[in-house]
Design a protein around this ligand. Sequence first.
Ligand code: PMP
Length: 362
Amino acid sequence: MTKRAYNFNAGPAALPLEVLQQGQEEFINFLDSGMSIMEMSHRSPIYEQVHNEVQSLLRELMGIPDSYKILLLQGGASTQFAMVPMNLLPAGKVGAYVMTGSWSEKAIKEAQLFGETAVAASSEADKFNRIPDLSAIKLPDNAAYLHVTSNETIEGTQYQTFPDTGDVTLIGDMSSDIMSRPVDVSRFGMIYAGAQKNLGPSGVTIVIAREDMVLASPKNIPTMMRYETHAKNNSLYNTPPSFSVYLAGLMLKWVKAKGGVADIEKINRDKTRLIYDTIDQSGGFYRGFADQGSRSLMNITFRIHTEELEKQFVKESEAHGFVGLKGHRSVGGLRASTYNAVPMESCKALADFMADFQKRNG
Ligand code: PMP
């Protein structure tokens, strides 16, 4: 086998080798059916079993209460930016958003197309280098929901705790940190996430929602955009992204075999500590972008003091087998995405490379 890259891509991102290998083994003849899962009817018992197992594994691993529906949709988290207000923001109510960076900005922009919105808190004045102080959150009286982005993939910030919203429904975009640490799902009315970071390949979008959020959608929005359509048909109203659902199932079994989400979090903390420590012990050669108290376990953003050195860092890292270390084009700098499937070995190699690069250029 050719050597695997040290893959720090932001998404689509690294998948565990074991998962890819199992997918390869089963690719042509799935469960002795004489065909690939991709060639199979989504109404077949074999596919339905895969589909239902993904939901039950999510329920088990995330501790999702029975009163919540788990939807397997398409369109990415970006479609959820629109579906949330289309379904859940009636006239006379206000969709409240915490602005923490690029993805929350996109979410509120979509909501503005459908109804009234409010910024409940923002760290824009600090260039989104931290999660705003949660005690500063101001909810409008007639808030329909409060939307948070649990992990800002581009800026590399992550909520350490979630705001207490009382009777107001909390909605979380967890695209870039779902399954990376335990979360009390019952505090949220809805959680959504594209799969392509921690849950598998792109293609499937997970929506976890309290039943009342998804069982009575407005009648005047397109069928496919109504949560009710999917909730009442076990996400089989139309053809689901069957291959992505299948691979997400392999990913979930991998998480379970690792001991579950709490154990995964420990591993994630150990992995990221290696890299954050390298930044903090560099005497200022590397500078972390995110405030210490808002640092992400999934996306480590950092800078070197000149853009030339940053360019050189990316170039040299590529020559050493690293992929995906260039920061997002909108903010520059450097970023290492350390999702669940990124092995400790890759993080060690990166920490060593960073120390060595500093030695040669510091
Ligand atoms: N929210 C967050 C936090 C993300 O990181 C992303 C993708 N990087 C999105 C939303 C958009 O997801 P998608 O590309 O699946 O629409």
